[in-house]
Design a protein around this ligand. Structure first.
Ligand code: IPM
Ligand code: MG
Length: 371
C-alpha cells in the first residue's frame, strides 16, 4: 500500500543526518516487513544547502518539498555558519520552507514515557503520565512581521526592531486546529497570550474566545498569560490538555515542555498547512536543534525524529497501527533500560545512536512477529 507516496528527506546540519539515518532504517523496515513503500528523495537545507547552493534553501528544493506528500527534516544550524549574513543563515532556510509551504499549525506533543518519568529534572509525580499538545502558530507573529531590521541612527547609535502582528484569519485557522485536536483528547484548550500588554495578543484572545463560542461550544476554553503559563508548565503541567499560542511564545514554551519529558531529544513535531486538492502540506521534524557539540559522534538521541516519523504516519497517511508500532517499540526499548546520553539515568545502559537504532529494529521485528 501507499506505494506512490513520496517523502522528501532534508537531513540538514549537525546531528540531523545521523538521526535521519535512523528514520531511513525504519522506513526500509516498513518496506521489507510491512510492504509499506515510500518513495524517499533527499535534499539539502540549512548550512548543508548553503555550502552547495549559496542559500539555505534552494528554490528547486522548495518545489520538491511542495510536490512531496510529506517532508521529513533533521535540524539546521551550527557554528560554521554563524558569521553569515542574516538572510543566508541556516535558520532562514527552515523559516522559509515553513512560510512558503504555508505550515501555519505546529503540533508539539509532550508525552512522558513511563520509563522516562524519573529522567525529568522535575519530581516524578509532577510529570508521570503527562500528555499535552502544544499548538504553535508557525507562519506569522513576530517571526515574520514587517517592518523589521536594524537601522543606523548615526553617532554610533543603532535601532533593532521587529513587528508582532496577527490578523483575524491567522488566529482563527490555528485556533481551529487546536479545538479540533481537543475534541479528540480531553476537550480542553488553553490559549496563551500577553493580552495585558500586547494589542496583537488582545486580538488573539478575543478571536479565540469568539471562535470557541461560535464553532466549538463543546470544548472548554481558558486563557492564560504567557509568564504564568511558563510557571504553570513547571509547577503543574498536567493541568493542560491542548495549548494554543503564538509563534514566539510557542517556541519558548515548547522547549520548556520538552524538558518535562526528560530531554529535548524526545520531542517530535508536525507542521501542517491548509488542505488543498485533498492534500495537507506537512513537514515533520524533531524539536531539538542540530547539537553541533555532539554531531558526528554517534551520540544523538534519534527518538524525537522517529516519533516525528510516527506523527507523519498518523497525520499524513492515517496509518494508525504503524504509528502505534513505532510508539510501542520506543516505549519497550526505553523500558529495557537503553538510554542515549541525554536521557541517561543511574543504573541504565548508556548507548550510542547506532546501538539504539539496532535495538529499535530488533524490537520492531519482535513486535511484528507477535502481531
Ligand atoms: C524551533 C527552532 C526554530 C524556531 C529555529 C531553529 C529557527 O527553535 O523550531 O523551535 O525558532 O522556530
Ligand atoms: Mg525552538
Amino acid at each position: 500500500m501507499a506505494a506512490n507516496k513520496t517523502l522528501l528527506m532534508l537531513p540538514g546540519d549537525g546531528i540531523g543526518p545521523e538521526v535521519m539515518a535512523v528514520v531511513k532504517r525504519v522506513i526500509e523496515w516498513f518496506a521489507r516487513r510491512r510492504a509499506l513503500r515510500f518513495e524517499v528523495e533527499e535534499g539539502l537545507i540549512g548550512g548543508a544547502s548553503y555550502d552547495v547552493h549559496g542559500t539555505p534553501l534552494a528554490d528547486e528544493t522548495l518545489e520538491r518539498a511542495r510536490a512531496a506528500d510529506a517532508v521529513l527534516l533533521g535540524a539546521v544550524g551550527g557554528p560554521k555558519w554563524d558569521g553569515l549574513e542574516f538572510s543566508r543563515k541556516p535558520e532562514r532556510g527552515l523559516l522559509r520552507i515553513r512560510k512558503e509551504m504555508g505550515l501555519f499549525a505546529n503540533l508539539r506533543p509532550a508525552v512522558v514515557f513511563p520509563a522516562l518519568a524519573e529522567a525529568s529534572t522535575l519530581k516524578t509525580e509532577i510529570v508521570s503520565g503527562l500528555d499535552i499538545m502544544i499548538v504553535r502558530e508557525l507562519t506569522g507573529g513576530i517571526y515574520f512581521g514587517e517592518p523589521r531590521g536594524i537601522e543606523d541612527l548615526g553617532g554610533g547609535e543603532r535601532r533593532g526592531f521587529n513587528t508582532l502582528v496577527y490578523t483575524t484569519s491567522e488566529i482563527r485557522r490555528v485556533g481551529r486546529v487546536a479545538f479540533e485536536l481537543a475534541r479528540k483528547r480531553q476537550g480542553r484548550v488553553c490559549s496563551i497570550d500577553k493580552a495585558n500588554v500586547l494589542e496583537a495578543t488582545v486580538l488573539w484572545r478575543e478571536e479565540m474566545a469568539r471562535l470557541g463560542a461560535e464553532e466549538f461550544p463543546d470544548v472548554a476554553l481558558s486563557h492564560m498569560y504567557v509568564d504564568n503559563a511558563a510557571m504553570q508548565l513547571v509547577r503543574d503541567p498536567k493541568q493542560f490538555d491542548v495549548i494554543v499560542t503564538t509563534n514566539m511564545f510557542g517556541d519558548i514554551l515548547s522547549d520548556c515542555a520538552a524538558m518535562l519529558t526528560g530531554s529535548l531529544g524526545m520531542l517530535p513535531s508536525a507542521s501542517l498547512g491548509a488542505e488543498q486538492d485533498g492534500r495537507i502540506p506537512a513537514l515533520y521534524e524533531p524539536v531539538h536543534g542540530s547539537a553541533p557539540d555532539i554531531a558526528g559522534r554517534d551520540l544523538a538521541n534519534p527518538l524525537a525524529s522517529l516519533l516525528s516519523f510516527g506523527m507523519m504516519l498518523r497525520y499524513s497517511f492515517d496509518l494508525q497501527a504503524e504509528a502505534d508500532l513505532i510508539d510501542a517499540a520506543i516505549s519497550n526499548i526505553l523500558a529495557s533500560g537503553l538510554r542515549t546520553a541525554d536521557i541517561m539515568q543511574p543504573g541504565k545502559a548508556k548507548v550510542s545512536t547506532s546501538v539504539m537504532s539496532d535495538a529499535l529494529i530488533r524490537e520492531l521485528d519482535k513486535l511484528a512477529a507477535k502481531a
